[in-house]
Design a protein around this ligand. Sequence first.
Ligand code: G3P
Ligand code: MG
Length: 230
Amino acid sequence: MPKDDFICIGHRGASGHAPENTLKAFELAIKLGCQWIELDVYVVEGELLVIHDEKLNRTTNGSGLVEAQTVEYLRSLDAGDGEKIPLLSEVIKRVAHRCKINIELKGTHTAEPVNALLKDFISKGWREDEFMISSFNHEELAASSPDIKRGALFHKQIANMFERAADLNAYAVNLSQKIAHTEIVAQAHERGYQVFVYTVNTRDEMLVLKKMGVDGVFTNFPDLFPSDKP
Ligand code: G3P
Ligand code: MG
């Protein structure tokens, strides 16, 4: 399938330069020209919170499992540089159409609350195509809204990768860099899938993947993204 663009996706925001999955990192990703940001979500007491790990200790001054806490406690924590763990709704409002948002379902039972939240935003003027929902948990992904693009995440090559993507009615296969090779990219394109590759943190690697025909890369360093602009 011919592709018309090579897309920069700020991985957890511009997380090489600002605390990951914070408003600061998302603002910086937009400033650095990302067409998309990627973030990870968990649900706690019915609220969607943006954080990557199941435990708090690496990225915040808290401890314990994210899903075992109250929202009040989670919101009291410092996620770096004085930033709070954002609510997904807060990120969507702050982004305010300046880029698209890839929501990765990281926590359990996140598909339904994400569907409900996006439905609410779409009723208020956001467009379906401003979002993509992805997950390594393909069962959870299968429960995401069929109106929103789905990205099937794969960290290793499996024999039935494209059957899985077809079953999910995926828009994209989002591949670990270690399995992103010419053949798999061509096979994905033959079947009509976009190919996005994570996490690509050098310009040389970005250029290799661009030449290979991938449609975009997740990066912590959007400033390294090769722009066609002079
Ligand atoms: O969605 C791409 C990438 O974020 C998947 O891996 O562990 O960084 O969420 P991880
Ligand atoms: Mg992620």
